[in-house]
Design a protein around this ligand. Structure first.
Ligand code: ZN
Length: 270
């Protein structure tokens, strides 16, 4: 643990790293659902295709300086760009505030980055890309071997087990008791109603949550997301006078929000 006086500086550094990471996550949010490379070419305006100079690509500040418009075609740049940068900065700062400069902090920073992208791709395109859900699950599984997943249930059941086995058991439990049943419900619903109710992207998102959070905390995150989603969904339908059954709710985005809050609300370290 670093000495206490260093923490404010670490939090500030994390916020700046979050702004820069958020800028990259914006590229991911636009390009991954369109099957474009996230490394090349350099950032361009989606309206006029002109490459964006580095001084017009400074997180948040460039957006304010250009008053939210492209320098060359003057078309408005989505408000999403500064929002993602600020959101990532806030999440990174909160994670470092809670976990300081540790391996556990590194794990949660990566998890938050996956969730920020998934939150927005589901909101904007109704897509939860496999690269992030399945790719992220593989990353989570590997990390679980080195950074143990905390869980009261597995600790109570197997106090003698090594943390790595408890972690993998917790992921397995999440797969058997959360991911598989929700997947089965989706299959049955699709057979009965002949349309997709809960998307299978959501099932893969649950898998990603289980590999990072483990079984019990994934259940809490799902409940948190479901409650928030229901309240917001009903409020949205009441305000806009839409029918709830015909409105597409971005359930994946709500799940992401629930999962992103877990390591911030609770100190999730084994
Ligand atoms: Zn432009």
């Amino acid at each position: 643990m670093p000495i206490e006086w260093a923490l404010p500086y670490l939090v500030l550094a994390a916020a700046i790293a979050g702004l820069l990471t958020g800028s990259f996550l914006n590229v991911c949010i636009y390009r991954i659902p369109r099957d474009l490379s996230v490394v090349a070419p350099r950032s361009f305006c989606p309206e006029c295709g002109k490459q964006i100079a580095w001084f017009d690509n400074i997180p948040v500040f460039s957006y304010i300086a250009l008053r939210g418009r492209c320098r060359s075609c003057r078309q408005p740049v989505g408000l999403r760009y500064p929002l993602v940068e600020l959101m990532t900065a806030a999440l990174f700062a909160l994670i470092v505030y809670r976990y300081a400069f540790t391996a556990v902090a590194g794990k949660w920073l990566l998890f938050e980055a996956f969730l920020v992208v998934l939150f927005w791709t589901d909101l904007e395109e109704q897509i939860l890309p496999d690269e992030l859900t399945l790719g992220g699950s593989i990353a989570g599984l590997i990390i679980a071997c080195f950074v143990p997943i905390p869980g009261m249930l597995t600790t109570a059941l197997f106090p003698g087990w090594k943390p790595v086995w408890r972690s993998l058991f917790s992921i397995g439990l999440g797969f058997a008791l959360l991911v598989l049943p929700v997947w089965l419900l989706g299959v049955i619903y699709q057979k009965l109603r002949k349309r997709e109710g809960l998307g299978f992207g959501d099932v893969k998102l649950l898998l990603l949550m289980c590999t990072f959070l483990g079984f019990e905390n994934s259940i809490f995150a799902t409940m948190l997301g479901a409650v928030a989603g229901s309240v917001l969904g009903i409020a949205y339908c009441l305000l806009t006078r839409r029918k709830l059954a015909e409105t597409h709710l971005p359930f994946g985005s709500f799940l992401c929000a629930g999962a992103a809050l877990m390591p911030i609300i609770y100190r999730l370290t084994a």
